[in-house]
Design a protein around this ligand. Structure first.
Ligand code: HEM
Length: 178
């Protein structure tokens, strides 16, 4: 995972749990906490930090990953508003994840491995995304979508079926605007 992702995790923990907690987590993980945003770090390191945070704070890892996605959306917006502004609503934005957003991300962060989000626009108010990634971070995707909904000011529902954590080879995310 790119260092930017590690840095945003640090930002979240420092903001929500405090600098002392982040330093304790880093100590336990034997990490320095210094990450270059464009460098690549083994996914295990991020997952290890999440696991330690989960245990120390008694929060299920899947809830933490969702919260990380919620925090990540505005963190990306702060850095790259031009990638997000200009979309009339969240579904138009999400529809462009594969074809525009993550393509631009790979230009900004060469070597980034972004997931597949094949869109199927079912109606004006409904979009199905087929999420495919060996990382199986569908809860991160759900959190990012939740962050995007807050950003665009939408009420929405999401149905997650199928799910790679339950034996499928991909996840399906059906996002409906209320
Ligand atoms: C709601 C919209 C978005 C969703 C659902 C989404 C989803 C994801 C997910 C689930 C991953 C984890 C990697 C994986 O699953 O294989 C990821 C990686 C990433 N995304 Fe997105 N993303 C969104 C928008 C953005 C935006 C707006 C940016 C930046 C402007 C961005 C930048 C990145 C970066 C830098 C990575 C890390 C890739 C790597 O380290 O190799 N994403 N995205």
């Amino acid at each position: 995972m790119k260092g930017i992702v590690m840095n945003i995790l640090a930002e979240m923990v420092e903001t929500q749990l405090g600098l002392e907690e982040w330093n304790n987590v880093l100590d336990e993980a034997d990490e320095s906490g210094i990450y270059t945003s464009t460098a690549i770090y083994d996914d295990e390191r991020l997952l290890n930090l999440v696991g330690i945070l989960s245990q120390r704070n008694n929060i299920p890892a899947s809830d933490l990953v969702f919260a990380f996605g919620q925090f990540m959306f505005p963190a990306f917006y702060k850095r790259y508003p031009q990638l997000i502004d200009g979309h009339a609503n969240m579904l138009d934005f999400l529809e462009s994840l594969d074809s525009v957003i993550h393509v631009e991300v790979v230009k900004l962060y060469p070597g980034a491995i972004t997931p597949g989000f094949e869109p199927d626009r079912r109606s004006q108010d409904q979009l199905f995304l087929k999420y495919e990634s060996n990382r199986n971070l569908c809860r991160l995707a759900e959190g990012l979508i939740d962050g995007a909904a807050s950003h665009f000011g939408h009420d929405y529902t999401i149905a997650h079926e199928p799910c790679a954590h339950h034996g499928a080879d991909h996840c399906g995310l059906l996002v409906s605007l209320a």
